[in-house]
Design a protein around this ligand. Structure first.
Ligand SMILES: Cc1cc2nc3c(=O)[nH]c(=O)nc-3n(C[C@H](O)[C@H](O)[C@H](O)COP(=O)(O)OP(=O)(O)OC[C@H]3O[C@@H](n4cnc5c(N)ncnc54)[C@H](O)[C@@H]3O)c2cc1C
Length: 304
């Protein structure tokens, strides 16, 4: 394939028929026709531009932590972005953290905490990239990435690159303007600038430690995508699913976690269709019993 050769020539690591189960925290998902790892912006821009010119659909993978990939896999090119350079710099009493979008959010958060910087304490255990976090407005324990976002640099589908301020990203609950764009017309987040506040280092460390503690007490240990559904206007989704009597419900090797009902976990070699069947079951049961519509937080990707 011409594209594969071009990407290899440009220094990307490329494989064919790569199982997406190896690149998602769910450990579920069939093959991507072509899978490429871009370690920096130049490689990312090249891969996206060549795929577009050749009319090959492309999908940008962050950490693969919020995705359910179909058993039939993904047609076209999947690019995993690993560009993770980042810097901290003082600016008028704040510290600006600039980072390429492929950096792991939790590593940025832990580094910030270790520097005595406040703003990302809630994120010290959240998997995935900082780019993915901006797209889904990741958050926990009252903190959201939008709270400290200053700006993002994005690549538009027409190939132009420009900077957006926080207000231009129109964040909502687990949502940004990027997530609302049709997938083939989505902007790509190239890098982000976060504004952090210097503070009492011991207090900041303690807040981060409390977040870690709460997480390990409540979250199931098996492979998952984190929360499957968003909370509704009235209730946490896990509460509704639990009250519907679905904890422990299984389809194949997928199970609604007995520990936290908003997690559907992979007990080993679960298929995407098994997870999907539990998603539909939870939706139907909650709608019937409570009249509440559950909206997905996890994104379904690939050939369903
Ligand atoms: C155990 C566990 C716990 C979790 N806990 C939380 C939690 O407490 N709070 C929370 O908010 N989330 C949580 N999550 C979900 C997940 O960590 C976040 O949604 C995360 O921010 C997703 O980032 P990612 O890089 O993995 O994105 P991916 O899953 O790889 O991609 C998600 C979407 O973002 C797009 N995307 C990724 N990078 C870019 C980019 N640079 N430019 C444009 N589009 C991009 C992808 O194309 C895709 O559409 C949890 C997940 C797991 C597995």
């Amino acid at each position: 394939m011409a594209l594969q050769a071009e990407l290899v020539q440009a220094g990307l690591s490329v494989t064919r028929d790569e199982p997406m189960s190896a690149h998602t925290t769910y450990q579920v998902g069939g093959p991507a026709d072509l899978f490429a790892i871009a370690t920096g912006e130049e490689q990312l821009l090249f891969a996206l531009q060549r795929a577009r010119t050749l009319g090959i659909p492309s999908f940008l993978l962050g950490g693969g932590t919020n995705l359910l990939v179909a058993d039939a896999g993904i047609r076209g090119l999947v690019i995993a972005y690993r560009g993770g350079r980042h810097t901290f710099r003082d600016a008028d009493g704040e510290v600006l953290l600039w980072s390429e979008a492929g950096a792991p959010l939790k590593e940025l958060a832990r580094e910030s905490v270790s520097h005595g910087l406040s703003g990302l304490e809630w994120a010290v255990d959240i998997p995935g990239t900082v780019g993915g976090a901006v797209v889904g407005n990741a958050g926990a324990y009252g903190g959201y990435i939008c709270d400290c976002l200053r700006s993002v640099r994005v690549l538009e589908p027409d190939g132009t690159v420009h900077e957006l301020g926080k207000a231009d990203v129109t964040f909502g609950y687990r949502c940004s303007k990027f997530k609302q764009q049709a997938r083939e017309e989505r902007s790509i987040v190239l890098d982000v600038t976060l504004a952090l506040r210097p503070g009492d280092a011991a207090e900041i460390r303690e807040r981060a430690a409390q977040c870690t503690k709460r997480r390990w007490e409540r979250h199931p240990p098996e492979p998952s995508c984190g929360s499957v559904f968003k909370r509704t206007d009235n209730y946490p989704a896990g509460f509704l699913i639990e009250q519907s009597g679905l904890k422990g419900e299984r389809r194949g090797n997928a199970m609604i976690s007995p520990k936290h009902a908003n997690f559907i976990v992979n007990l080993g070699d679960a298929r995407a269709t098994d997870v999907r069947a539990l998603i539909e079951l939870a939706r139907e049961r909650v709608k019937t019993q409570f009249g509440e519509e559950l909206e997905l937080e996890v994104e379904l990707v690939g050939q369903w």
